[in-house]
Design a protein. Structure first.
Length: 104
C-alpha cells in the first residue's frame, strides 16, 4: 500500500537515501484519480525496495513549492536524498516501472 506522505514523513523518507517515489495529486484532479491504482500496484510490487507514496498537494504545502510542482499529476523520483527524475501527467505502469527500476 502506498504511504500517505506529508511534509514531515516525506522529508524523513528522502533523507534516508533510499529510493523514494512521490505521486503528487489532488482530489479534484481526474488524471490523478486514474493514476492512483497504478501507484498502489507499484507500491505493492516494490515493497521493501522502494518507498512509494502519495502526497496531497491540498493538505500540505512546502514540498510542492520546494520541488517546483506546477501541475499534477506529477511523479517525483528520489535517490540518495536528491531528486533524480520526474514524470508530469498520467503515465502507463510500464513507464513508471522503468523509472523505478532505474533507481535500483
Amino acid at each position: 500500500m502506498a504511504i500517505q506522505f506529508n511534509d514531515e514523513n516525506l522529508q524523513q523518507a528522502i533523507e534516508t537515501g533510499q529510493p523514494v517515489v512521490v505521486d503528487c495529486w489532488a482530489e479534484w484532479c481526474g488524471p490523478c484519480k486514474s493514476l492512483a491504482p497504478i501507484v498502489e500496484e507499484l507500491a505493492a510490487e516494490y515493497e521493501g525496495k522502494v518507498v512509494i507514496g502519495k502526497y496531497d498537494i491540498e493538505q500540505d504545502g512546502d514540498f510542492p513549492m520546494d520541488n517546483g510542482v506546477h501541475s499534477i499529476p506529477i511523479v517525483l523520483f528520489f535517490k540518495n536524498g536528491k531528486r533524480v527524475d520526474k514524470h508530469v501527467g498520467f503515465a502507463a505502469k510500464d513507464a513508471l516501472k522503468a523509472k523505478i527500476d532505474a533507481l535500483l
